[in-house]
Design a protein around this ligand. Structure first.
Ligand code: GRF
Length: 355
């Protein structure tokens, strides 16, 4: 005998639930999403969201709206199945299916007390209409942290290529030319590095670095660095950490990234962030290392791949390569020679990393 078909609630049902809670001085939490392939990241997130109030409604995107948001290959599970699975969770008191890409209309109809959203957003990056509907309902907004490496996209990827699960998954950050990034991609292409680049992030919207990513069909993400040109804002640090986690990155590579990373990136990827620097560290830290080598009259220079910690160019050295300083060198000619060495050294370190 087949079990009776699961029926999600209507917006009116949920509004009544909200009014009952309200009359009793209790709070309804509202969250929304596609919840296509439920994973531990969803469950942890939903438990945290539910703990913000006294009952929770999950608004699930309909099949049509998932297609509009994620492309024709999604959803993997249809809306009724997704709603039924969600409704069985301890954290979930009600499930409603909605057809729009945004939950704006539903928020206005339900008027939840609390709105929870997964951490790939900031309060400021919420859709403006959704935000206005929440403000009109008097809802408080909570952005909850993401669980590293857990996403439907990452799950689907693992399922599609089980034999490749040992492949190193990289997140690459750069601000400029991106020649080291190109060297990584070349090494992947010619098979000397068994890795994939899941995401490329830059603080420079128009950088050749991001162009390279786009041309290679890699997720190219600009992150607004904030108002201070010398310091990456806290919001940007958080956004970078979230992008990297969401992409399921194993190792973060700074390939000419000209900003200093702090928490939460360094906490989330402790001993898993590496940088390439154009000097033989600990000599000549900082931005103008080739010029420093010339000023010091060094006969030899080179590059260093090192782990990144909170101090600039100071983490444990993983590998170095040497190049001569030649008569008549300028900072540019020396740097170009150093970069040639970097293009071999960095992919080599990455290939070692996965071994
Ligand atoms: C490289 O010399 C690297 O050592 C330094 O920045 C430069 C980036 O060059 N951190 P590119 O953008 O990879 O060409």
């Amino acid at each position: 005998m087949s079990s009776p078909e699961f029926l999600p609630m209507t917006a009116e049902d949920v509004r009544r639930l909200r009014d009952r809670l309200d009359a009793a001085g209790r709070k309804l939490v509202f969250t929304n999403g596609c919840f296509d392939l439920l994973h531990a990241g969803h469950v942890r997130y939903l438990n945290q969201a539910r703990a913000l109030g006294d009952a929770m409604v999950v608004a699930v995107n309909s099949d049509a709206s998932v297609r509009a948001l994620k492309g024709p290959a999604r959803p993997v599970n249809n809306e009724n199945d997704r709603a039924e699975v969600l409704a069985a969770l301890r954290a979930v008191d009600a499930v409603v299916v909605f057809d729009d890409e945004r939950a704006t209309r539903l928020i206005s109809a339900i008027r939840p007390h609390i709105y929870a959203k997964g951490g790939d957003y900031t309060v400021d990056s919420l859709n403006a209409e959704e935000r206005a509907a929440l403000d009109a309902a008097g809802a408080s907004i909570h952005i909850l942290p993401l669980v590293p490496g857990r996403s439907t996209t990452a799950t689907l990827k693992r399922a599609a290529t089980p034999e490749k699960s040992a492949r190193l998954c990289l997140g690459v950050l750069g601000s400029g030319v991106g020649s080291n990034f190109q060297a990584i991609l070349k090494a992947i292409q010619n098979g000397t590095l068994d890795a994939e680049v899941a995401i490329a992030i830059s603080d420079q919207a128009d950088s050749p670095f991001l162009e390279t990513a786009r041309a290679a069909g890699i997720h190219a993400q600009f992150v607004n660095p904030g108002a201070n040109p010398r310091r990456l804002s806290d919001a940007a640090q958080k956004e970078i950490a979230e992008h990297l986690q969401r992409a399921g990155v194993d190792l973060v590579v700074l390939a000419g990234f000209m900003k200093i990373l702090r928490a939460p990136v360094l906490d989330a990827f402790s001993d898993r962030v590496i940088n390439v620097h154009p000097s033989l560290l600990p000599r000549h830290k900082g931005a103008d290392a080739p010029q420093q080598a010339l000023d010091a009259g060094d006969a030899e220079s080179g590059c260093t791949v090192h782990l990144v910690n909170a101090e600039v160019d100071s983490g444990r050295t993983l590998a170095q390569a040497r190049v001569p300083v030649l008569p008549g060198d300028t900072a540019e000619t020396l740097h170009a020679r150093i970069k040639e060495a970097e293009h071999k050294l960095l992919p080599g370190v990455l290939a070692e990393w996965q071994a």
